[in-house]
Design a protein around this ligand. Sequence first.
Ligand code: SIN
Ligand code: FE2
Length: 212
Amino acid sequence: MAESGQLWSDPVEIVNGMQLLPGFADSQSLYTEIQSLVQQAPLRHMGTRRGFTMSVAMTNCGDLGWVSDRQGYRYSPIDPDSGQPWPDMPNALKELARDAAQLAGFANFSPDACLINRYVPGAQMGAHQDRNERDRTQPIVSVSLGIPARFFVVIDNPADDKKSVAVDLSDGDVVVFGGAARMCSHGVRKLKAGHDPLWGEARWNLTFRHAG
Ligand code: SIN
Ligand code: FE2
């Protein structure tokens, strides 16, 4: 993130209430933080209520972590795999999320949950709304790292992801959505093969929320 001598480009509106901050996150400085987090709470493929296994590998940091299993989706203060609390959210991550939210017009964002997603080629995330958070006046801040992915936002009928706006997210890109876009359905198309010098053959995504 550049304080002066801006390294990233100006915000771009994707849809009303959703902004792309191109290259806002410093991917390199996040790398070590994330390696340490996944050592403490390893990535896992969660199941769904219907018995499917997600193609995206996930873990969390912060007071609350997003989990899914046969009981459905929810936030939990405990990592069900270890029985321990999730690792603390590092200050650098918290500050990145707060700064991005502020720039997009959401002052005082205080994330208490960070979902860490890892996509390998072929992995995808179907259209969904982020609806497990209590306070929907707070935005969602989503950070993309590694190989590019096609993110989409459903603009018409939430049940039909064909009418969507697509945006390719590259290493360091941040998307902030709140207000009119807070409940927009969104997802990620099947990841294409690629190589990133730092992150290898993978795309990582950090999704910050105020969940509790
Ligand atoms: C999510 O909606 O939780 C993740 C979106 C992304 O990977 O860009
Ligand atoms: Fe989401």
